[in-house]
Ligand binder design. Structure first.
Ligand SMILES: [Zn+2]
Length: 133
């Protein structure tokens, strides 16, 4: 496995910190790391609230990247609960497609860190509602 995935995993693990903030808000049960095209790693945690005000860890990491003036994703890694595995949800995929409509298919996504299984957003989301081919 490429060493950068370990760096991304370490960065995501560093912010993985489940916390109950209030009666209505919990955070940090899932964390994510995004590698931007410039080679920087940005992290985010999930924020869960009443009435759907929260955000997935992946989108929080992407928003962190955007906040810091970067707009292109190279790789995405997520640490789900209980050492789990899985792909980004539809909302996170949609955000990545809208950010990079012409080359979103090249974004690499770690599906299972323990086995090193990587795919691309193009394989997960082969057709978009706007066709750029
Ligand atoms: Zn999501």
């Amino acid at each position: 496995m490429d060493r950068i995935w370990k760096e991304m995993h370490d960065a995501a693990e560093a912010v993985l910190r489940p916390v109950r903030i209030s009666e209505y808000v919990t955070a940090g049960e899932v964390s994510a790391a995004v590698l931007s095209k410039s080679g920087k790693i940005y992290t985010g945690v999930c924020i869960d609230t009443c009435s759907t005000l929260g955000i997935c860890a992946e989108r929080n990491a992407i928003f962190n990247m955007i906040t810091n003036g970067e707009y292109e994703i190279d790789k995405l890694l997520c640490i789900p609960p209980n050492e789990g595995k899985g792909a980004p949800c539809g909302a996170c995929r949609e955000l990545m497609v809208q950010l990079m409509p012409e080359n979103y298919k090249d974004i690499e996504i770690m599906l299972d860190y323990n086995s090193g299984k990587v795919t691309t957003l193009g394989k997960l989301t082969p057709e978009w509602w706007i066709d750029y081919d």
